[in-house]
Design a protein around this ligand. Sequence first.
Ligand code: 13P
Ligand code: SF4
Length: 310
Amino acid sequence: MSNKVELIRRIEELKREKGVVILAHYYTRPEVQQVADFLGDSLALSVKARDIEAKTILFAGVHFMGETAKVLSPEKQVLIPVAEATCSLAESCPVEEFAAFKAQHPEALVVSYVNTTVGIKALTDICCTSSNALQVVESVPVEQPIIFGPDKNLGSYIRKITGRENMILWNGACHVHEKFSKEGVVALKAQHPEAKVVVHPECRGEVADLADYCGSTAGILSYCGASDCDTFIVVTEPGILAEMERMYPQKKFIPAPSIEGKSCNECEYMKMITLENIISCLENESPEIELDEEIRKKASKSIEAMVKIG
Ligand code: 13P
Ligand code: SF4
């Protein structure tokens, strides 16, 4: 029996023994996706974490995702395999600096992308994900100024499609999505003129402008399924290819290269999660997410406000 099969068997045994449900994001390693009870984008996983009946959730994803699960389900034990698996976008928005920025615009309502620490969510009126950012912004009266953080690329994209000049953007970004280049996508499109280009809105505007579809990981998956086309240039973290190939085995998915010329562009934080550290986390019930109750309650209001919108 291979080592991988043995590791997966051990995880299944521990899950049963301890009543644990594993949630995993599409950017995790294919073998991690294999042991997940639910696989999804950040919005679907937040909702699942809240609604699922389980004593313990193991979140195979980056730290803010585990925090979001704990905010919505304080009564559940939330485990994360690697406490150091952070997110460059969440890290690009420190709480004290964001609080000072907010104080400079007291008239503005704060909309924050879910890729933030719990401290930022506590300073936020409505959270959003890339699945629902447009709906969230459109739910705010047009005359109401908005601070949008932390992703300047998602913010610019939403500002462009809504035409809302009164969106004040925080200057944050994801180091993975910023590394996709216009030239790389144009060159791939020249080689595969029949392909549709699917882009995550965390990419820079000049890359998003090349998209046939621009949206969240879940949105991209649905678009690829509904499209008549059978070849796609995928401009997001390549972990999603495993699910694309599982869902649409007859279609072809080509990862876009990074500006450094690498054939794809991986999130090293998502890739920190392995079968080995999932086992260790299940055995030791650690690392576990623990939050200050006052901050959790404030953060919960902004996430629940998002979940109500959709
Ligand atoms: P989704 O909201 O599309 O799942 O994206 C999460 C993420 O981390 C993108 O980099
Ligand atoms: Fe964060 Fe970017 Fe990794 Fe997503 S891909 S988890 S935004 S660093």
